[in-house]
Design a protein around this ligand. Structure first.
Ligand code: PLP
Length: 401
């Protein structure tokens, strides 16, 4: 039990913590599966899953066991030495992604940075692009993380304001517009960086054929296609990776979030040897990347996803959930979109701000988060049951109906 009340904790955070977030007014001090609990013992269904980092559910016993067992043996070596977990994790993730090599990092942004460096280095070494001329095509409304280079190509004013000067070498084109990509490609283009579904933008699902179009352009122009699967990956959308819905074979797969099983930050980039092989000792790295604790957790996190067939579950329950929200048939709801258990509910302007509803849902014991002012995202842990979705639908109907 926590020694402070929710009110005290929120005031303490407001006073001592930097205000770079605007959390819903709920304090979580305990969790299991899809359920979280506050210090006063109130229980809530988690419908955000830490932005899809908790796909396996909170404190999955198998993942917690892996964490504890590994903590008793070895936690950190740095890459100055070999350890006995990283090679096993690399082999497993290579099998899961179908790519020959893995580069391990910790957070999602670091994995995106790694992919950017990979594309640039490959561009200079393999494609022969002139020094410092490499260009990467990215998309409007993108979200790839918070580092200075990554926010250099954000179109969100809040993400950029007062953080300049920005890193050059990125060309922003409209999302879901293959022709715009075709027009933007030139001899200096080394890569295309894309989210298969834009989560932060409000669960924006591109038209079928978009990713296939990108793959075609990339192949034709000798450009690398990098998919950011940090939020969509690891079964969230009903397949292990969202790009599999279109049956494409991207050159670079960027992973994070659920790879850490909701307990530890683990991220990685996967690609074939002709691409990741551009790195030589000393040219890139991370003290914690490939640490034994993270690798043991990630191995268990992957096992849980596969053993419990969470991709199939997300596909089936996602369709059921989305249908259930549509059936509420509320004048407040403009449209419901998504794939698997990554669902965005777009509100009509007349409904007022999404925050009103996420606050009301919290009062009813359901936690979710608005993105922008008019979209609510529902993304529960994939271990949720049909009965629990019915329970959630009842609450959503009370608030949005
Ligand atoms: C969360 C996210 C990131 C950044 O991951 P961090 O671990 O927060 O750095 C990058 N890309 C996408 C698509 C994400 O959803």
């Amino acid at each position: 039990m926590s020694r402070y009340t929710s009110q005290e904790l929120m005031e303490m955070e407001h006073r001592y913590g930097a205000h770079n977030y605007h959390p819903l007014e709920v304090v979580i001090s305990k969790a299991e599966g899809i359920w979280v609990e506050d210090p006063e013992g109130r229980r809530y269904i988690d419908m955000l899953s830490a932005y899809s980092a908790v796909n396996q559910g909170h404190r999955h016993p198998k993942i917690i066991k892996a964490l504890k067992d590994q903590a008793d043996l070895l936690t950190l070596t740095s890459r100055a030495f070999f350890n006995d977990r990283w090679p096993v994790f690399a082999k497993r993730l290579s099998e899961v992604t179908g790519k020959e090599m893995i580069l391990p990092m910790n957070t999602g942004a670091e994995a995106v940075e790694t992919a950017i460096k990979t594309m640039r280095k490959w561009g200079y070494l393999a494609k022969g692009v002139e020094k410092d001329k490499a260009e990467i095509i990215v998309f409007s409304e993108n979200f790839h993380g918070r580092t200075t280079t990554i926010i250099s190509f954000s179109v969100d004013p809040d993400a950029q304001e007062n953080y300049g000067p920005f890193t050059p070498g990125f060309v922003v084109v409209p999302y879901d517009d293959v022709e715009a990509v075709e027009r933007a490609v030139n001899k200096n283009t080394v890569g295309i960086l894309v989210e298969p579904i834009q989560g932060e933008a409000g669960v924006v699902v591109p038209k079928e054929g978009f990713l296939k179009g990108l793959e075609r352009i990339a192949k034709k122009n000798n450009v690398l296609l990098a998919v950011d699967e940090i939020q969509t990956g690891f079964c969230r959308t009903g397949k292990t990776f969202a790009f599999q819905h279109e049956g494409i074979d991207p050159d670079i797969i960027i992973m994070g979030k659920a790879l850490g099983g909701g307990v530890f930050p683990v991220s990685a980039v996967a690609a074939d040897k002709k691409i990741l092989g551009v790195f030589q000792p000393g040219t890139h790295g991370s003290t914690f990347g490939g640490n034994p604790l993270g690798c043991a957790v990630a191995l268990a996190a992957i096992d849980v996803l596969m053993e419990e067939k969470l991709a199939d579950k997300a596909a089936e329950l996602g369709a059921y959930f989305m249908e259930g929200i549509r059936k509420i048939n509320s004048p407040k709801i403009k449209l419901v979109r998504g794939k698997g258990l990554l669902i965005g509910v777009v509100l009509n302007e007349t409904a007022g701000k999404a925050r009103i509803y996420t606050t009301a849902l919290k009062e009813k014991g359901l936690l979710c988060k608005e993105t922008h002012n008019w979209i609510i995202r529902f993304a529960p842990p994939l271990v949720i049951t049909k009965e629990e979705i019915d329970l959630a639908l009842g609450k959503i109907k009370e608030v949005l109906g």
